[in-house]
Design a protein around this ligand. Structure first.
Ligand code: FAD
Ligand code: SF4
Length: 470
């Protein structure tokens, strides 16, 4: 039972066992824990927590239904505004969103909204007879076609929302599998693939057609879609181009970007010896960066059998951008943190493979534009860390392919597509965009929120274009 303003802890797989497997770390609340946690909620009239939710879930309403043991009702309430609650309940940074605004957080711990969301979504999945797709609201809209480029959370959301309205929707996905970062980035031990598969099947059951292995910008361009029967196009291509360090030795074999490392393991299974281009299991892996991607890279390196895994970060623990829970999980799994340290160069052996990293010690100076204290190099502090694998996980920018092949598409200097925040429309009439392709690397729920805005924008655009009643 929760005591003294504290929330119910999340049951977890034991750290010693989980660091050797890819099974989910968090095991989910039992019914008794879920009810106990739901009973902590004060059902505040002003609902401050709702303002922190990017898709405006009526949090006290679904929590109230859990209190009343109406778990299916709770899941239905969640699905009114969030079509992927089992995913969001697992990966949303709730501590920065709804839970940050929960009144119980003023004197104690906030209600564990994310854990309750996961409980209700998992209960529904375990007790429903399959995904009953709702009938399209207006079957006549099937005459109008929308192309969605990319099958990440933004693309899946826009496709699902438009299919529910009645539109004919086709998703074009560059990879051989759907889901975007949900599949190739976030590891299975945080997001089991059966949960993702279930959500994608639901979108397909709404009538959405998915075509994989189709790189828009190569096989055909965005304007080809508009000229070949599509009334509107949504670009949800994410942010898949890694930011690199630009230091000597970055091209050595054994130096990966975070995205490449995770894609090769999560999507391609390159850690299995029978894979055509397997990766070498590191003896000493070193991850540069301290965001969620860095934590995922480190924990994945540990699970494929690395003997030693170290995270190198140029600031201190306070500035680490990863979720506190993920940092704690990583440390419990035996991952070391080397703080106030910055690589100067990667050092190779005679075969061109990385064998060590020359690093510099740092100290913290005045805050920079991000508000975090600026790391300052301590001159002459060079030292060497041994590493046969180095993973640079410093974030991603949008891939340039769409912007360089779509004439007239206005973008920011760093590559983000510029849109109208009200409709999601870009500088090209009929072309919409959302998610990381617009904001740079953000969150699953913000990508979904952008998908919702664009679905409404596309609906309005097509109705206007064809003189349909709104
Ligand atoms: P993506 O998920 O990137 O999907 C884009 C899709 O478009 C991909 O499938 C890609 O293959 C496809 N595509 C790209 N170019 C083309 C093209 N030319 N033609 C056709 N298809 C194309 N967020 C959280 O909220 N919680 C987390 O715990 C979390 N952990 C993360 C861990 C990692 C390792 C990473 C990298 C990110 C994490 N994020 C997390 C961020 C979150 O995953 C992203 O913000 C979110 O997935 C963005 O969704 P999206 O639909 O915009 O793009
Ligand atoms: Fe419940 Fe906290 Fe929201 Fe109040 S702020 S309704 S206590 S979750």
């Amino acid at each position: 039972m929760s005591k003294g303003g504290k929330r119910n802890p999340m049951p977890q797989q034991d750290a010693a066992a989980r660091k050797k497997n890819f099974s989910e770390v968090a095991l989910g609340y039992t019914e008794a824990q879920a009810i106990d946690e739901a009973e902590r909620c004060l059902s505040c009239k002003k609902k401050p927590c709702v303002a922190g939710c990017p898709v405006n879930i009526d949090i006290p309403a679904f929590v109230e239904l859990i209190k009343a043991k109406d778990y299916m009702g709770a899941a239905a309430e969640l699905k009114k505004t969030n079509s992927l609650p089992a995913i969001c309940g697992r990966v949303c940074p709730q501590e920065e969103q709804c839970e940050k605004l929960c009144v119980l957080g003023i004197k104690g711990e906030p209600v564990a909204v994310g854990r309750l969301e996961r409980f209700a979504a998992d209960y529904e999945a375990a007790h429903s007879s399959g995904s009953e797709a709702p009938k399209p609201e207006n079957p006549e809209l099937a005459n109008y076609h929308v192309a969605v480029v990319g099958s990440g959370p933004a693309g899946l959301t826009v496709a699902g929302d438009l299919a529910k309205k009645g539109y004919s929707v086709t998703i074009f996905e560059a990879l051989h599998k759907t889901g975007g970062v949900l599949r190739y980035g976030i590891p299975e031990f945080r997001l089991p693939r059966d949960i993702l598969d279930r959500e994608v099947s639901y979108v397909e059951s709404l009538g959405v057609k998915i075509i994989t292995n189709m790189i828009v910008g190569r096989t055909f361009r965005v304007e080809d879609l508009l000229n070949n029967g599509f009334d509107a196009v949504f670009v949800g291509t994410g942010a898949g181009a890694p930011k690199l360090m630009g230091i000597p030795g970055e091209n050595l074999s054994g130096v990966y970007s975070g995205n490449e490392w995770l894609t090769r393991i999560n999507l391609m299974r390159a850690h299995h010896a029978d894979y055509a281009t397997p990766i070498k299991v590191p003896k000493k892996a070193c991850i540069v960066g301290a965001g969620n991607t860095a934590m995922d890279c480190a924990r994945t390196a540990m699970r494929i059998g690395s003997q030693e895994v170290t995270i190198v970060y140029r600031r201190s623990r306070t500035e680490m951008p990863a979720r506190a829970e993920e940092i704690e999980n990583a440390e419990n799994e035996g991952i070391k943190l080397m703080l106030l340290t910055n690589p100067k160069q990667f050092i190779g052996n005679e075969k061109g493979a990385v064998k060590a990293i020359e690093c510099l010690r740092m100290e913290l100076g005045e805050p920079d534009s991000s508000g975090r204290r600026r790391p300052v190099t301590i001159e002459g502090s060079e030292f060497i860390i041994e590493a046969d694998t180095a993973i640079v996980a410093l974030g991603q920018n949008p891939n340039p392919l769409i912007r360089t092949t779509t004439e007239g598409l206005a973008t920011e200097s760093w590559g983000g597509i510029i849109i109208s925040p009200e409709t999601g429309m870009t500088s090209i009439p009929g072309v919409f965009a959302g998610g990381d392709a617009v904001t740079g690397e953000a969150t699953v729920i913000s990508a979904m929120g952008a998908g919702k805005v664009a679905a409404e924008g596309i609906d309005g655009f097509i109705r206007g274009k064809h003189g349909l009643p709104s």
